[in-house]
Structures are given as structure tokens and as C-alpha cells.
Design a protein around this ligand. Structure first.
Ligand code: CA
Length: 213
């Protein structure tokens, strides 16, 4: 949730928590950009009038960096033109303030549902990774089974196809127990052996990303 109105943010947090959602709050555009690029979120609720980076600019930057989480804009700017701008910037939905909490929650549910359907698989070079099964399906009906860690690593890379991840990022987010960053290299090696060298690219001195460079 990106909202600089502390009182509204508190209210929304209470409501979302009551529905069983966990949320992370950013009160300005810079913080939101940082969290959006480093975290993984099922849904982004974005205000437009924000300190540091304006809401639509924030959405465009996140989309430009490959973040594909659905975005619901919550804004006092509610004219047709405003909504068109919001949707064109990359938002899936737009709700004008003041809004009814029941309607907000219904839209949140709808976006999460739709996103879950789309998230059944992720495209990877030469095939697609099935979300629930730890399997990559390739052309001709070939299925390659992955270990839990291989699947987690590939899932993270494939969820941000254009983003370069540092070893430290990957270590923190894929291998939650304390391990040396050699673990990342090892699992990249396993994935390349199973799926071909082109599945993960090495960005020299930085880290890894999905696909050959
Ligand atoms: Ca605001």
C-alpha cells in the first residue's frame, strides 16, 4: 500500500488485516519504488498524490522494470480523464476517493482472483514453469521436474523477467536459512544443466537474470 495520508493508511490497514491480508505500507514514492522492486506483492494499492514520486510515475517505473503485480489506484482525482491516465500508466483498476470500503474490498478480491488465475504458470526460456507443480513444460510435451529450491529460484527470476538480481538478493529471498552465496551459483548451475544454459543469464559483477543476455 502506497499512501501518504497516515490516517487513511491506518484505516485501510485495519480493514485489510480484518480480511486476512498482510500489507506493507510505503508513505512516499521512493520507498514504494524500492519495496516494489525488491519485494514480491500480490497486489499494489497506489495513491496518486505522493511525495517524491507521483503515483502514476511510480506505476510506470515499476512496469518498466518488469513488475507485473496488479495495481489498484486509489485517488481523489476521479474524472474520466484521470481514470484513463491511471489505466494507461499500467494500473488494472481505479477507484476514486472517497470510496466505499465494501467496494474496495470487492475490487481487491476480484484483482487477486484474476491474478491467481494468470499466475498458474510463468514463461521461461524454452517453456513455462507451472506454479504449483515445480515442473517446467517444454515444447513437445516434455516435462522437467525441479527441486523445491530450483523452482523457487526460477520462480523469482521469472516473476521479474527483466530485472537483474544480485546474489545477495537471491540468497535472502530464495534460501532463507544462512548459507554462503555459493549456494546461489550452485542452483543456477543445476537449473542450467536441466533446462539449458540460456535459461539464466550471468550479469558480470552484478548477478543473474532470466534468459540469455
Ligand atoms: Ca496523497
Amino acid at each position: 500500500m502506497v499512501e501518504d495520508d497516515a490516517e487513511l493508511a491506518r484505516l485501510l490497514e485495519r480493514v485489510l488485516t480484518g480480511e486476512g491480508h498482510a500489507d506493507t505500507l510505503a508513505a512516499d514514492g521512493h520507498r514504494a519504488l524500492h519495496l516494489g522492486l525488491t519485494g514480491s506483492f500480490d497486489l499494489l494499492l497506489v495513491d496518486r498524490g505522493l511525495p517524491a514520486i507521483e503515483g502514476l510515475e511510480l506505476i510506470a517505473r515499476l512496469r518498466g522494470r518488469g513488475v507485473r503485480s496488479p495495481v489498484l489506484v486509489l485517488s481523489a482525482r476521479g474524472s474520466t480523464q484521470d481514470r484513463v491516465e491511471g489505466l494507461d500508466a499500467g494500473a488494472e483498476d481505479y477507484l476514486a476517493k472517497p470510496f466505499d470500503i465494501a467496494e474496495l474490498l470487492a475490487r481487491v478480491r476480484a484483482l487477486l482472483r484474476r491474478h491467481q488465475d494468470e499466475a498458474m504458470f510463468l514463461d521461461v526460456p524454452g517453456g513455462r514453469l507451472l506454479w504449483d507443480e515445480r515442473v517446467v513444460e517444454r515444447g513437445g510435451g516434455t516435462r522437467v521436474e525441479l527441486s523445491e529450491r530450483e523452482a523457487r529460484l526460477l520462480r523469482l527470476l521469472a516473476s521479474r523477467p527483466r530485472q537483474v538480481f544480485t546474489r545477495q538478493d537471491l540468497l535472502t529471498r530464495v534460501f532463507d536459512d544462512a548459507e554462503s552465496d555459493g549456494a546461489v551459483d550452485t542452483y543456477v548451475h543445476y537449473l542450467r544443466r536441466k533446462l539449458g544454459r540460456g535459461v539464466i543469464g550471468t550479469v558480470r559483477g552484478v548477478g543473474y537474470r532470466l534468459g540469455a543476455l
